[in-house]
Design a protein. Structure first.
Length: 355
């Protein structure tokens, strides 16, 4: 059931360490902004536009396909402005910290047994740890801007991210208990062999861990500071929160970081709860057809990611914003007790049915 990956190989091709490391770094640097671009075009400009009976941007490219690229070019042309009283170094580095935190999450998400930058034994711990680093960048942006609205937005974001990081981590614990591993590839393999009431082949933990999936999606929505959890950037109160003083390419970096993080969290959710690159009905191992996992696996994972993103953005455009007290109470009084209950029930069932 183990899925070994050679130390210095990529897609089964052996090479020097620096060659494979460079290829993996380039792949991550390409996938993150591409995922953000796909989200902006597919969900922001098209899906939600049609759901709300409007066309969305249609002028740039066929059916508006190049609008997102035009937006990026526009922001790159804008002046890079520093507030007079800002801490210039901290102000400049804040979006970089946020973006690097996002890129690091992609390092451990497997698109197939071999298509993963780092197949760590503790991959899920690494992903959750580096995703939390973004809050440091948010605090840096708010404090260094020398703007009271930015600082209030940053403090709101820090409080929110800390509160919802707990149910996000606790939601993952149930999956780890069922899989018996912290490795994302082994979690995928465990789902491929998972049997529910004697029936196998479903290839997902979303059924026994439906509560965990709900917790993960809600916490991910809050981590992204998207409606109804967008108090840190509430336009009617704080202009744009911790991003108020940012212009040009630095604002673009925050923008890319937000949507690239959404793609990464959906990738983690698809891997943990929906079987990742595994498609129900595929046998493991594949024998002489094992190569098909490397070709079809990324496409299967992409389809599952888009399914989760549809839910995330549907919620974003469907619910009103929480008040700050409602937002915190929802995390501490409902989500965290529910996540602890889910862990308890998972442990009981694990022992009772030797699942």
């Amino acid at each position: 059931m183990s899925l070994p990956v050679a130390a210095h190989t990529i897609l089964g091709i052996r090479g020097a360490y620096w060659n494979t490391a460079l290829l993996k770094a380039v792949a991550v640097l390409l996938v993150a902004p591409t995922g953000a671009l796909l989200i902006v075009y597919l969900f922001m400009f098209k899906m939600m536009a049609h759901m709300q009976s409007r066309l969305g941007p249609m002028e740039v490219g066929p059916h508006g396909t190049l609008q997102a690229i035009a937006e990026a070019v526009k922001w790159l042309q804008k002046e890079d402005v520093f507030p007079e009283r800002a801490d210039r170094f901290v102000f400049a580095m804040a979006p970089v910290v946020v973006l690097v935190s996002t890129f690091l999450v992609y390092v451990v998400i497997p698109a197939s047994p071999r298509e993963v930058a780092a197949n760590l034994d503790t991959g899920i711990l690494f992903a959750l740890a580096v995703s939390s680093v973004s809050v440091i960048g948010v605090l840096m942006a708010g404090w260094a801007s020398a703007n009271k609205y930015s600082l209030i937005g940053a403090l709101r974001a820090a409080g929110q991210l800390i509160a919802y990081e707990l149910p996000l981590v606790l939601a993952v614990v149930g999956v780890v208990m069922q899989a018996g591993s912290l490795s994302l590839n082994r979690i995928v393999a465990a789902q491929a062999h998972f049997k529910l009431f004697g029936f196998g082949g479903l290839g997902l933990f979303a059924i026994p861990q439906v509560v965990g999936l709900f917790l993960f999606l809600v916490a991910a929505q809050a981590e992204l500071t998207q409606t109804p959890f967008d108090m840190p950037v509430a336009e009617s109160e704080l202009v744009a929160g911790f991003m108020t003083e940012y212009t040009g390419f630095r604002f673009l970096l925050f923008f890319i970081g937000e949507f690239a993080t959404a793609f990464a969290l959906a990738g983690l959710g698809a891997t943990l709860f929906l079987g990742g690159w595994y498609f129900p009905g595929w046998g493991l191992p594949f024998g002489h057809l094992a190569w098909t996992r490397e070709v079809l696996g990324p496409l299967v994972l992409l389809a599952k990611i888009l399914g989760l993103l549809f839910v995330i953005f549907w919620v974003r455009f469907s619910f009103p914003r929480f008040r700050e007290d409602q937002l915190q109470a929802f995390a501490w009084k409902f989500l965290i007790p529910l996540s602890l209950t889910n862990i308890l029930v998972t442990g009981i069932l694990k022992v009772a049915f030797h699942a």
